[in-house]
Design a protein around this ligand. Sequence first.
Ligand SMILES: C[S@@+](CC[C@H](N)C(=O)[O-])C[C@H]1O[C@@H](n2cnc3c(N)ncnc32)[C@H](O)[C@@H]1O
Length: 221
Amino acid sequence: MGKDKLKRFEENKSFRCLYQPEFEEVFRKDHFMKGKWNSDHFKNSNPIVLELGCGRGEYTVALARREPLKNFIGVDIKGARMWRGAKTATEEGLLNAAFLRCRIEFIEWAFAPGEVSEIWITFPDPQIKSENKRLTSPAFIERYKKFLLPGGVIRLKTDSSFLYEYTLDLVNSRDDLLLLEANDDIYGSGRADEILSVKTRYESQFLAQGYKIHLLEFAQG
Ligand SMILES: C[S@@+](CC[C@H](N)C(=O)[O-])C[C@H]1O[C@@H](n2cnc3c(N)ncnc32)[C@H](O)[C@@H]1O
């Protein structure tokens, strides 16, 4: 392992905003923060918003800066990437931003029913060959439904037309999901407002390569 990565892993241990459960702590077992994110970490009762597959946590940090009356939690399995977001949140004193290092397959053991109000899924790997690994597949949607408030919104931002069309078809085929918005070119259509214009690392790379950025917004019905 590279020296930089080791340094980041070491520094990660010092961040109050970063939770890194061991495998056994979330594998078919409730994590100690489940149902307690607001009471024990954020110390308020503001809505909780997740960014799944957050990478460096650009969205988590940018939204936390803009929306102080919401709490944001970035979730990813890659500690060296999340280090960036956790360090920025710590340095800026963003008390409404936190990070959870965890496989999203185990996420239902980290959040209680109704604990989460919104979910962002930012530029996930489209997993063309393996539907079960796709973060918008029925298996993952069922996991999210366990802790998302009724009416809670899920937003997918992606460069992948495959994933966009796949998710759009899925939402349209289900009675328990309600399509709120489908836009296949947020910048070309002028839809990208201040929040949608926040660019993650992967988004910047895809934009530079000329890809269109798609947005899907749907709610748990
Ligand atoms: C293509 S990157 C996008 C990162 C970031 N959202 C961005 O736009 O720059 C996908 C991220 O999802 C994470 N990821 C993918 N599958 C995951 C899973 N099952 N559990 C946790 N993290 C996952 C990866 O570690 C990676 O950081």
